[in-house]
Design a protein around this ligand. Structure first.
Ligand SMILES: [Zn+2]
Length: 442
């Protein structure tokens, strides 16, 4: 088997043309991406056709772009795409269908979406000089009704994304669990659950658990929040990885997951179930797991010789030049009917005084790395990490587009990633290569 070079990037919210840019930090980045025989991008938005019908809810913001953006991504060197994200149905499931048609019309390989669940689960295949590469994709973060379903003999399938659902349990120490049982009795939820169970509720009855609304409390030694993969989804994805293993030389698995440790989201430590899933993917035959969704970097782990990127962070973050935003966003922000998209972006990114808030306030959402993996005869032989700067400080029309970070900035990004990765036993050495700092994973 020959040598394969693979590059991967995190969340791409791309709303502007890039190919006219000529500065070195950008053209060097494009040159790096083009080194990848397999080059992965996470499409964190869709290309719906007109009229743009907004979904009743969005993945946090209604995000769309024109189909020519796909040509821009291809020009940059990308040839593998994920469509399973929380923004897949920002413009209803039709927006996702439109996107998949645009990709197919360009013979661009993608995974994570389909006209049925089976289609969304199945791998996309890319032929390269280094071998045949399979891409599978799933998302744990997605909107109501976004996941696909298979047809039955009497009903059709539902278009959508490939889901990886999970359960969340709130573990309480003995004293707090006793208090929760009191609350359960006082609210009448305990009595209601007992009656439902008597009448044959098919809900799984967790022994010793207290269930209030969507929340399940279980006893433990110390209080904590625990998550676990949905067995059915994990088994199905693993089965398709087995299929890809036999039909290709390399298997890449993409996982879009915003969920963080404990109660957090978009944070720098992944939720338990993400670690469980990623390792299960490798156990099933994945050569690399490409995590994204948290909009900031999470750890790199080398598990059984295979790289797991728990999150590659943001790669393109041009959300502040998005247009055609659902009306609910204006309502939520208390904006008048006369408001325009830039009023939305002002309200979401700064206080009236101009002080940055939310994603705009934290540099970690504006920097990431591009990993370049070399595989020889199916084994990882080299892994380097190339820091990227998305330009938080730049003017809005240029903000969120990627460039290779300066050496100084790059060292800081890699230092932070090294700290996040240390608990997983990963060592990242920082080297100077030409004008840039590069992380080397040994
Ligand atoms: Zn997302």
């Amino acid at each position: 088997m020959a040598t394969l070079t693979m590059v991967a990037t995190g969340d791409s919210i791309i709303t502007r043309r890039l190919s006219h840019q000529e500065d070195t930090a950008f053209t060097d980045l494009v040159a790096l991406l083009r080194q990848g025989q397999a080059a992965f991008a996470n499409l964190e938005l869709t290309t719906p056709r007109r009229p743009f019908v907004p979904g009743s809810e969005s993945g946090g913001m209604w995000l769309r772009c024109e189909p020519f953006i796909l040509d821009e991504l291809r020009w940059m060197g990308f040839n593998l795409f994920n469509v399973a994200t929380n923004h897949a149905t920002d413009f209803t499931v039709q927006g996702l269908i439109d996107t998949m048609e645009e990709l197919r019309a360009r013979a661009m390989v993608f995974a994570g979406g389909g006209m049925t669940l089976g289609e969304a689960r199945q791998p996309g295949y890319l032929e390269t000089k280094g071998g045949r590469v399979a891409l599978l994709a799933a998302a744990s973060t997605f909107g109501v009704g976004a996941h696909g379903a298979d047809p039955r003999s009497d009903v059709g399938g539902r278009p959508g994304i490939s889901p990886l659902r999970f359960t969340r349990e709130y573990v309480l120490d003995p004293q707090r669990m006793a208090a929760m049982r009191d609350i359960d009795e006082a609210l009448g939820t305990a009595d209601w659950n007992r009656r439902r169970n008597r009448y044959g509720s098919k809900e799984e009855e967790a022994k010793d658990a207290v269930r209030i609304g969507e929340m399940t409390f279980v006893p433990g030694e110390a209080s904590a929040i625990r998550t676990r993969c949905d067995r059915r989804d994990l088994d199905e994805i693993v089965r398709w990885i087995g299929d890809a293993r036999r039909g290709s030389d390399y298997v890449l698995v993409s996982l879009h997951a915003h969920e963080g440790a404990g109660p957090t989201s978009n944070s720098n430590v992944p939720a338990d179930f993400i670690v469980e899933a990623a390792r299960a993917f490798v156990d099933a035959g994945a050569d690399a797991v490409l995590g994204h969704g948290s909009h900031q970097l999470r750890a790199v782990e080398i598990y059984r010789g295979k790289p797991i990127f728990f999150s590659l962070g943001n790669f393109m973050y041009m959300s502040q030049t998005s247009t055609n935003i659902g009306g609910e966003m204006y309502e939520k922000l208390g904006l008048p009917a006369t408001a325009t998209p830039q009023d939305v972006h002002d309200a979401r990114s700064m206080k009236p005084t101009g002080e940055p808030i939310s994603f705009q306030a934290d540099p970690v959402y504006w920097e990431s790395v591009v990993p370049r993996c070399r595989f020889e005869d199916g084994r990882l032989s080299e892994l380097t990490l190339h820091p990227v700067d998305l330009g938080r400080e730049r003017r809005r029309p240029d903000r969120g587009s990627p460039r290779l970070a300066t050496a100084e900035h790059g060292r800081a990004i890699l230092g932070r990633l090294a700290e996040l990765s240390a608990p997983y036993g990963t060592t990242i050495a920082i080297e100077q290569r030409g004008a840039y700092a590069v992380g080397v994973v040994r």
